[in-house]
Design a protein around this ligand. Structure first.
Ligand SMILES: [Zn+2]
Length: 131
């Protein structure tokens, strides 16, 4: 399998960056809807750090929690893009096909390894996380 070329890489980076931005806006909106937490929401930091994650858990807001999971996955993907490990399956080390990455830009594994991983560790309730 070929390594991603620069054009593919920047295409994926753009998708991830835009998704990142949209998610942050979503999360802000979700949190600000809960007026009793309005003062907390004003202190939500720009980066998807742990305080941010803890906030959503405190709020017990399923939508925010889901968004934060995705935001974190995107953060990891962007980091891998920077350090050059993006597109490499973290289980078997082979290149993840560009087509799969376009469908699931946060994919850390090739399709067979992901299936394997889910069968082993994510029997229930985590199906959406493979996206
Ligand atoms: Zn693999």
């Amino acid at each position: 399998m070929e390594k991603l070329n620069n054009q593919e890489r920047s295409q994926l980076k753009k998708i991830l960056t835009e998704r990142d931005k949209a998610l942050r806006e979503d999360i802000r909106r979700e949190i600000s809807l809960q007026s009793e937490y309005a003062d907390v929401a004003s202190e939500v930091p720009d980066t998807g750090d742990l305080a941010f994650a803890n906030l959503s858990i405190d709020l017990g807001n399923a939508a925010v929690t889901r968004d934060l999971h995705e935001l974190r996955a995107i953060g990891h993907a962007l980091k891998r893009l920077d350090n050059g490990s993006y597109g490499e399956c973290i289980s078997c080390g082979y290149e993840i096909p560009f087509k799969r990455l376009m469908a699931i830009p946060t994919a850390e594994r090739c399709a067979p390894c992901q299936k394997n991983f889910e069968r082993t560790y994510h029997q229930e309730g985590m199906r959406g996380m493979s996206l």
